[in-house]
Structure formats: C-alpha cells, structure tokens
Design a protein around this ligand. Structure first.
Ligand SMILES: [Zn+2]
Length: 164
C-alpha cells in the first residue's frame, strides 16, 4: 500500500493543447513570481510560455562576460519564438526602486557585475533594453513589452515600463 506521498497527484485542471502565443522572459527569483502572475493577470494573461532564467532578460544582453551562456540563451529564446509561434514577448527585469531594499536587486546582475550598486543595476538594465529591442526585431510583428518589477521601500512591487 503506497503512502500518501507515493500516490500520484491528479490535477484539477485538465491539460490544454492550446498554445499560448505569449513568451515571458523573467528571472528565476521566486520572490517575485506571484507578483509577475498578478501583473500579467491584470493584462488579461493567464497562460504563457516561460523562459525563467537567472537574470531574466538581462541574461539575453551582452552586459557581462559570459558569452557562451549569452549565445545559448539567445538560441533558446529564438527556438521558443519560432517553434511555438510566439506573437508577444514580455521581458521583465527586476530590482529595487529608488529607496527600496538593496537585497531586492537581481543576484545575477551582482554576479555579472561585482560591486555594482542598485542604481547602477537599474541603469544597466535600461542600457540592455536598446540591445534587446534590436535582438527581438527579427520576428515580423512581434509585440514586445519591457518592464522592471521594482520593490519599493514599502515592499510594494511596481511594474515600470522601460520602453520610452
Ligand atoms: Zn534576478
């Protein structure tokens, strides 16, 4: 007789073969995942392809020294866009707002750029945006959205558009 932990878990929701045409590139940082879902839900988005990697969209930008990783992640995202016929992409950075907790910054940014401050991380992310807009220009009619999830001094998370 299997114990309850050995018994299969059967989901309430059945599998859907309808592919979402939305890809979200986000950091693996689990502290923000519920906020990201809430933000996307506020835009009417419940189902989406996920590319959750340390650094999120920052891992697709060349502001670091790990060129092999950069190339690999770019190829993975290109594969998803093409194979899953993605039409819309959300690139979601994260960090601390002005006056927000420094430990809300992306650990991957600190790894890539040791000694960098919260403000410098936010500036680097803005510089990455121009490169990412060019990178995602290859699929025709791809609808691109770039945000930063900023944690404020009040621990509230605000999604700020990084597109001018
Ligand atoms: Zn992160």
């Amino acid at each position: 007789m299997p114990t309850s932990t050995d018994a299969p878990y059967v989901c309430r929701n059945v599998w859907s073969d309808v592919r979402p045409r939305i890809l979200v590139v986000d950091c693996s940082d689990g502290r923000l995942q519920e906020n990201v879902d809430e933000f996307l839900n506020s835009r009417g988005i419940q189902h989406y392809d996920r590319l959750f990697i340390p650094g999120g969209p920052g891992a697709l930008a060349s502001s670091g020294f790990e060129l092999l990783r950069l190339d690999q992640i770019r190829r993975e995202s290109k594969f998803l866009v093409e194979a899953h016929k993605i039409e819309e992409v959300f690139l979601i950075f994260h960090g601390a707002a002005d006056g927000g907790p420094a430990h809300a910054c992306c650990a991957d940014s600190k790894r890539k750029l040791p000694g960098i401050s919260s403000d410098e991380i936010n500036s680097t992310q803005k510089e990455d945006v121009a490169e990412l807009l060019r990178l995602f220009a290859w699929p025709i009619n791809l609808n691109l959205h770039v945000y930063r999830a900023e944690v404020g001094a009040d621990n509230r998370v605000r999604f700020i558009s990084l597109q001018s």
